[in-house]
Design a protein around this ligand. Structure first.
Ligand code: RP5
Length: 166
């Protein structure tokens, strides 16, 4: 196994149901992934240790998923110069709105690229990470271009089928 370029961390094992889609999408592009549960609130020392050494350890992008008062992505971003993508998760009674605001409303100087709440965001976080690392990896860039072309073909095929039913 090679040194993963992407780390996927999340605040609780209860986040795995959604974050597994992020990991699966990365693996579809052939990326090895470091996966770890760490919490900005419950294990802040580990978050600091991991994020502050991530660049030195060979990571290029970090993805952080968390729910409720989601501090993980912001805390990771505070501790690294790597790009950080935050996935807001629908864990509490506010169905992810709380986590979305926590993830997106970062103060100037500490950016987090927030994606959508839940599974669509988890998948898009993986795709965004692929786009970032593909800037220096032609083969990966070609795979991503193929992914987009396939997606467009599927939409055209579905539209054609729909038109034939009208
Ligand atoms: C957040 O609190 C986690 O990311 C999770 O989404 C939420 C609830 O965690 P558990 O109580 O299920 O461990 O920090």
């Amino acid at each position: 196994m090679t040194q993963p370029r992407v780390a996927v961390v999340f605040g609780s094992d209860s986040d795995w149901d959604v974050m597994q889609h992020c990991v699966a999408q990365l693996r579809e592009f052939g990326e090895d992934v470091h996966v770890e549960v760490m919490s900005a609130h419950r294990t802040p020392d580990r978050v600091h240790q991991f994020a502050s050494s991530a660049e030195k350890n060979g990571f290029e992008v970090m993805i952080a998923g968390a729910g409720m008062s989601a501090a993980l992505a912001g805390t990771v971003a505070a501790c690294t110069t790597l790009p950080v993508i935050g996935v807001p998760l629908a864990s509490g009674s506010l169905q992810g709105i709380d986590a979305l605001l926590s993830t997106a409303q970062m103060p100037p100087g500490v950016p987090v690229a927030s994606v959508a709440i839940g599974k669509p965001g988890a998948i898009n976080a993986a795709l965004l990470a692929v786009q970032v690392i593909a800037r220096k990896d032609e083969k990966l860039a070609a795979k991503f271009a193929q992914f987009k072309a396939t997606q467009a073909d599927q939409v055209r095929a579905k539209n054609k089928a729909l038109q034939e039913r009208l």
